[in-house]
Design a protein around this ligand. Structure first.
Ligand SMILES: *Cc1c(COP(=O)(O)O)cnc(C)c1O
Length: 390
């Protein structure tokens, strides 16, 4: 049976070139980068090179890139570290209702510790309102944290305009760029962000490694305490193999960025067009204009997303309903809810995410199976029957 992976927003496979670069650092060049003898110098150099490569992808200076154990740690660190370091100024933070759980749950944690968190609404395409953002700022506001490209619907926020508002009011801006990295051109200097979260496994690197960009001069408390690694800001012997892999993946993403965006978005547009032509009563969620190139979030009216997912899986096709994190529960996605999508429609929503190894033939196979599956499910659905759809 054909296997088609359309869940690149959940994770990506490690590219062969990335794995090849990682392998020697498991046993051949195993030295601790902090050791002073010469055999550890290979490790130190590899660490420096990875930092330069990640920095180059986002136009940062290498000393502004701090490796972490992934995107979630970077998100936790940005919020907790900034609120702690600037508590003399205030205890207020602004974020959105459509963040990844690594932000939302950190926000809840901070609230329990006496911080005040404002969650901005979004419109039907998933955009925040800039006037609402500006009027939410008070003299106690320390941080604004906004997701760059949304992981469920792919909506890309106007980060430059947001950073201008943050600057005008002297508030720090953190951006969760885990989905945007390698899929949207990012220049931290041009965008004017103060902190930015990244992750290796969403850009064809290994899992369990990521980074936080911290603009030079931004004061932040440490999250992990211990040794002097990561310029004394993030303790713990470095995940050298992971970091080397993340560095290589970042380098490949930078070299291939324009071509990647062009080819992936072409496939995505083809897929959306075919699905809408061949399957009636489907709705594409999110913005068509400012969208992650690989994201196709589609509602199939009056049938269950869980059923579609299971039948696709039986045909070797991997997708997710709303988001991977809520796939085990039937609570409707918080992102789609915030966009005002009715619960019944949310339950019939599938996220297809296209990536570098997706082919047009893969998509044709998925479309063929989707037509069958949606047809079968609608034939069984009393609501569809009532409406005369089958
Ligand atoms: C995947 C993801 C994260 C978490 O990154 P991990 O490296 O898996 O911890 C955070 N934010 C967004 C938007 C993501 O898609």
């Amino acid at each position: 049976m054909r296997q088609v992976y359309l869940d690149y927003s959940a994770t990506t496979p490690v590219k062969k070139e990335v794995l090849d670069e990682m392998l020697p650092y498991f046993s051949e060049h195993f030295g601790n980068p902090s050791s002073l003898y010469s055999i550890a110098q290979n490790s130190k150099q590899a660490l420096d090179l990875a930092r330069e490569r990640v920095a180059k992808l986002i136009n940062a200076n290498p000393n502004e890139v701090f490796f972490t154990a992934g995107g979630s740690e970077a998100d936790n660190w940005a919020l907790e570290g900034i609120l702690d370091a600037h508590k003399d100024k205030g205890n207020h933070m602004i974020t959105t209702k459509i963040e990844h759980h690594a932000i939302l749950h950190t926000g809840e944690f901070l609230s329990k510790r006496g911080c005040e968190v404002t969650y901005l609404d979004v419109d039907s395409e998933g955009f925040i309102n800039l006037e609402e953002l500006e009027s939410a700022i008070t003299d106690k506001t320390v941080l604004i944290s906004i997701i760059f490209a949304n992981n469920e619907v792919g909506t890309v926020q106007p980060i430059k305009a947001i950073s201008e508002i943050a600057k005008k009011h002297g508030v720090f801006l953190h951006v969760d760029a885990v989905q945007a990295l390698g899929n949207v051109p990012i220049d931290v200097k041009e965008l004017g962000v103060d902190l930015m979260s990244m992750s290796g496994h969403k850009i064809y690197g290994p899992k369990g490694v990521g980074a936080l960009y911290i603009r030079k001069g931004v004061k932040i408390s440490n999250l992990i305490h211990g040794g002097a690694q990561e310029m004394k800001k993030r303790a713990g012997t470095e995940n050298l193999t992971g970091i080397v892999g993340f560095g290589k993946a970042a380098d490949m993403a930078r070299e291939n960025l324009d071509e990647h965006i062009k080819s992936i978005s072409q496939l995505r547009d083809y897929f959306i067009k075919e699905v809408q032509e061949k399957i009636p009563h489907t709705i594409v969620n999110g913005s068509m204009k400012h969208r992650h190139p690989g994201n196709a979030n589609i509602s199939f009216e009056y049938i269950e997303g869980e059923s579609i997912l299971m039948l696709l899986d039986m045909n070797g096709i991997c997708v997710s309903t709303g988001s991977a994190c809520s796939s085990k529960s039937l609570t409707p996605s918080h992102v789609l809810s915030a966009m005002g999508i009715p619960v019944e429609r949310i339950h019939g929503t599938i996220r297809f995410s296209i990536g570098e190894f997706t082919t047009k033939e893969d998509l044709d196979y998925v479309i063929e199976k989707l037509v069958e599956i949606v047809g079968t499910l609608r034939a069984l659905s009393p609501i569809s029957a009532e409406k005369g759809w089958n």
